[in-house]
Ligand binder design. Structure first.
Ligand SMILES: [Zn+2]
Length: 261
């Protein structure tokens, strides 16, 4: 399985972050090849097979691969010993409607599944805290990354030490939105000159989700120099990364995960 490594602004010892790639793609099947998300309509056995392959590749158990059931919320789950002691059903319950994970545990991969939305991994090496968040436009407007930074700080992190990396997501050119979305960002006090432009031909608004999340991270105290943004666009490179806008909502997802050894 080919993974794209996500680098932080400076090397973080013992921490590995990555996004999956689709691999071998059958153009007629919006779920092919590698999809680890089990709630988007893909064949359950195929999903399990991809999860096993990834777990083996990373040298972890299947149980150590933790992904929430995302709903574009701003809810965060903390993966700790108490969570790990729950049975499978209870764990699933705790991950329902969650869009970000925070942990101080080693040896577990926490990840989110995206197709155009922005996946963000975060780490404070000194505190030994890692996190992952899914920020579509709703999560971005809800400033999910600010909530994640706050949660990390409850576990010993300090915002000025946090490093963040964004994985493959839809680029501004490809992300045309309606005026209700523009309104939502404006309402949430984003600097619209910074994150929005209009296509001169169509007059349509285009939002830069990456810039908006960068602004939200900086508002939470993360230094600009500590934020790295992947330039891979899911729409432009939909043969490599899943794009819900291009492939339809019934399609696979790219997993972005982080692991601390
Ligand atoms: Zn693009």
């Amino acid at each position: 399985m080919e993974l794209v490594r996500l680098d932080f602004s400076t090397a973080v010892e013992g921490v590995m972050a990555f996004s999956t790639t689709r691999g071998q793609v059958d153009g007629r099947n919006a779920y092919s090849g590698v999809n680890l998300c089990d709630y988007v309509g893909d064949d359950a056995l195929r999903v399990l097979d991809s999860r096993l392959t990834l777990a083996m590749q990373l040298g972890i158990d299947l149980d150590d691969l933790i992904m929430p059931r995302q709903t574009h919320s701003c809810r965060i789950a903390v993966i700790d010993e108490a969570f790990r002691s729950l049975d499978i059903d209870q764990q699933e319950g705790a991950l329902e409607g969650v869009d970000a994970l925070v942990t101080t545990l080693t040896g577990v991969v926490i990840g989110v599944n995206t197709a155009d939305c922005v996946p963000i991994v975060l780490t404070d090496q000194q505190a030994g805290v890692i996190a992952v968040a899914h920020a579509g436009w709703r999560g971005t407007v809800g400033r999910i990354v600010e909530a994640v930074v706050k949660e990390m700080c409850l576990h010993g992190a300090q915002s000025h030490r946090i490093q963040a990396a964004m994985g493959p997501s839809i680029c501004q050119n490809c992300f045309e939105v309606g005026d209700e979305v523009v309104e939502a960002f404006s309402h949430a006090r984003f600097d619209m000159d910074e994150i929005m432009k209009r296509n001169p031909d169509t007059g349509k608004a285009h939002i830069d989700l990456r810039a908006a999340n960068r602004a939200a991270l900086m508002a939470a105290g993360v230094p600009a120099a500590g934020i790295v943004v992947s330039q891979h666009c899911s729409w432009c490179e939909s043969d490599r990364f899943f794009s819900a806008r291009r492939l339809g909502i019934n399609s696979g997802r790219t997993l972005t995960g982080i692991l601390r050894h």
